[in-house]
Design a protein around this ligand. Structure first.
Ligand SMILES: N[C@@H](CCC(=O)N[C@@H](CS)C(=O)NCC(=O)O)C(=O)O
Length: 275
């Protein structure tokens, strides 16, 4: 999908210049990307908390539309941080249904975040496709290192989280269970826990004791597998999954969260974060 010339500007002046390892994520404030918000906040020049490093912001060419608690957007934020790519950030409040607003549906008919708008006007959707794109335009440090067998292992681990766990415990599925099947919040949580446990049992069995597992899921540097695992561990905490059952995953989680690229990408550090 491509945004043509003359398309109404949909982004707030909510910028986060994401610098490389160790540098904090800087926000220019603003959570929503409605045109009203744009009008209220004015041009980027009017934003009081401008970038500490104008060069980084000036290089920003891509715009990531996410939500602080979105694990799919979280994956992309980690990749951008790891690779030191600056982007403009904007948010759609999922609990308020902003992902279903017509201007967003025009970008992503799936009504899901994230979406990445390129300087060219092209719009990328699906976090794994966005990760692969980022990897192609900015190969260092690699998210998919090694030989084809290694890369298949990394992708398989990533897919446990992104294809088999996350899609059946995300917001719209939980809402559907409650609204159409009369399930309580507690039952919906139990559903999510079940599917996270099912996936994590497989993930743990794959990485535990495998010589290809290192500090991270594959070797001693973070890969696409970790970018998908760590946000899923955050979800597991929300749904009160007992992580003691998954010592290797827990170890990888702790190693990952020591890295600034992961830490800066976590939900509570986003400008649109809520308690
Ligand atoms: N497979 C998609 C999943 C995207 C997705 O499910 N996003 C969630 C947030 S993590 C969302 O937008 N949910 C809105 C909803 O459920 O209505 C991807 O990887 O990008």
């Amino acid at each position: 999908m491509k945004i043509g010339a003359g398309t109404a500007p949909i982004f707030s002046a909510s910028w986060c210049a994401l610098a490389c390892w160790g540098s904090p994520q800087r926000s220019w404030g603003g959570e929503s990307i409605t045109e009203e918000a744009n009008e209220a906040k004015g041009d980027p020049e009017n934003i009081v908390n401008g970038p500490a490093n104008p060069k980084v912001a000036a290089e920003a060419a891509m715009k990531l539309i996410g939500y602080f608690r979105s694990s799919a957007a979280f994956r992309v934020r980690i990749a951008l941080n790891l690779k030191g790519i600056a982007v403009e950030h904007a948010s759609r409040h999922l609990r308020k249904g902003e992902q279903a607003a017509p201007d967003y549906v025009a970008l992503n008919p799936q009504k899901l975040v994230p979406a990445m708008v390129l300087d060219s006007g092209d719009v990328l959707t699906q976090s794994l496709a966005i990760l692969e794109y980022i990897e192609e335009i900015h190969p260092q440090p690699p998210l998919l290192p090694g030989d084809p067998v290694d890369r298949a292992r990394i992708r398989a681990l990533a897919l446990i989280c992104t294809a088999d766990i996350h899609p059946i415990q995300n917001l719209r599925v939980m809402t559907y269970l409650r609204d159409n099947f009369g399930q309580s919040e507690e039952s919906a949580f139990a559903w999510s826990r079940h599917w996270i446990d099912t996936g994590f049992e497989a993930y743990e069995a794959t990485v535990a004791g495998d010589r290809k597992t290192g500090t991270f899921s594959h070797g001693d540097h973070p890969t696409m597998a970790d970018l998908c695992l760590i946000p899923q561990v955050f979800n597991a905490a929300r749904f009160k999954v007992d992580m003691k059952k998954y010592p290797t995953i827990q170890r990888i989680f702790e190693a990952s969260m020591k890295l600034p690229a992961f830490d800066a990408a976590q939900p509570s550090r986003q400008p649109d974060a809520e308690p």
